[in-house]
Design a protein around this ligand. Structure first.
Ligand code: DOR
Ligand code: ZN
Ligand code: ZN
Length: 431
């Protein structure tokens, strides 16, 4: 199928294109940009009227949990990638904390096989750092990369043994893939379920201090410096994480950082009660932290917006904060939360939003995409930044409905998600 996307506002940071124009897609690739005059070229074409909307290189979510295999009641590769497509993502990186965990070339292959039949968007598997994520024995990193893993991560936890992690970083550097780091010192968290401080005290809930994250961020930066590994810090939530990343970059360390929408859009003060839909790891932080995360995103110190989409069953999330699992869904709300809390508040230009959600993630992962140059695969997100509506969890296609943003008023809607020239999601009314 050939596509003619007409009159959209093209945002392509790689080509510094920020203007209204047409895009022509032929055989799954970008074939032309600008005003198309020759009607002969338009044979067999589907026309998309993109007036009043932005046309952007497809978003890549560097951090999702698709739960398959092992936790299909929470999510599957089919439902999780459909949710991502609805959110404007043309590619996702599923984390390895499945059951069994994605810790071998065979498991990486299994994820790819399921994705091949069930997913309409790209799935780039992330391999575990240690076998079974037990923190004891390193996985076959080179083998997993050969099978198709695009990164390694122990997400869900940190590798507490720094010697072992250093060895894995060396292997990752050798294989040319980044290390995606979940930063949390297991020995410091106790039963913490939300940010430590007055709010936690008032709700009678055990707290998680900033240092739980910060000490591992510091350690991992130093390990990256020593090994030369490309380090990507997941779901940064504290002001000192931002400062340390800024400092490390100044030292020439190959480090990048991601911020999730819940961490820039909400503070701990907005937790109304003991409600596990507000429980995620790392937790919602103080206003001071949130301000610094927005500042970091604005300056480009924080290069990536990713979701940490973490679906859970309804029963599990009905439990108290102390007992429920960590995590909230994010695929279907990320774009609107980013528009509402970053673009509309002046932290990011529309172009910078595209960099944080598409161009930078693609570069960090070393995969195609992130730009709409002629000849590139036609992975495209078409969305506006004006539509106003309320987030409604009952419209989610994800199996997970666990969000603290139900009822939140936002701006920005995804209209089309296109992968390899094929429309994989199209908005057709409703919320
Ligand atoms: O909130 C979270 N949920 N943080 C994590 O690190 C893990 C994730 C999950 O797997 O549910
Ligand atoms: Zn994590
Ligand atoms: Zn995660």
């Amino acid at each position: 199928m050939n596509l003619w996307i007409k009159n959209g506002h093209l945002l392509d940071p790689a080509n510094r294109c920020d203007e209204i124009c047409d895009i022509y897609i032929k055989e799954g690739k970008v074939a032309g940009i600008g005003s198309l005059s020759s009607d002969a070229e338009m044979e067999n074409v589907t026309v998309i009227d993109a007036s009043g909307k932005y046309v952007m290189p497809g978003f890549l979510d560097l951090h999702v949990h698709l739960r398959e295999p092992g936790f299909e009641y929470k999510e599957t590769i089919r439902t999780g990638t459909a949710a991502a497509a609805k959110g404007g993502f043309t590619a996702v990186c599923p984390m390895p904390n499945t059951k069994p965990s994605t810790d071998s070339p065979e498991m990486v292959q299994k994820i790819l096989d399921i994705a091949e039949k069930d997913s309409k968007i790209h799935v780039y598997p992330v391999g575990a750092v240690t076998k079974g994520q037990m923190g004891e024995e390193m996985t076959d990193i080179a083998g997993m990369v050969k099978a198709g893993a695009k990164a390694i991560s122990e997400d869900g936890k940190s590798v507490m043994n720094a010697g072992l992690y250093r060895e894995a970083m060396r292997e990752a550097a050798k294989a040319g893939i980044p290390v995606l780091a979940h930063c949390e010192d297991k020995n410091m968290v106790g039963n913490g379920a939300m940010n430590a401080g007055e709010k936690a005290d008032s709700l009678g809930i055990e707290g998680i201090t900033n240092a739980v994250e910060d000490v591992i961020v510091a350690r991992d930066i130093l390990l990256a410096k020593e090994t030369g590994a490309a380090l990507h810090l997941c779901h940064c939530s504290t002001k000192d994480s931002v400062s340390m990343i800024r400092f490390a970059k100044e030292q020439g360390v190959e480090v990048s950082g991601e911020v999730c929408p819940h961490h820039f859009a909400m503070t701990e003060d907005e937790i109304p009660a003991d409600d596990a839909n507000y429980k995620m790891n790392p937790p919602l932080r103080s206003k001071e932290d949130v301000d610094m995360l927005c500042q970091g995103l604005s300056e480009g110190v924080m290069e990536v917006i990713s979701t940490d989409h973490a679906p859970h069953g309804e029963e599990e999330k009905k439990k108290s904060m102390a007992e429920a699992p960590f995590g909230i869904v994010g695929s279907e709300t990320a774009y609107a939360l980013a528009v509402t809390h970053l673009v509309k508040k002046g932290y990011l230009t529309p172009m910078q939003l595209v960099e944080r959600m598409s161009t930078n993630p693609c570069r960090i992962l070393g995969v195609p995409g992130g730009n709409l140059s002629v000849g590139m695969p036609a992975d495209i997100t078409i969305a506006d930044m004006d539509s106003v509506y309320e987030i409604d969890k009952d419209t989610f296609v994800s199996k997970g409905k666990n969000t603290p943003f139900h009822g939140a008023r936002v701006q920005g809607r995804v209209y089309y998600t296109i992968v390899g020239g094929e429309i994989v999601y199209q908005y057709n009314g409703g919320r």
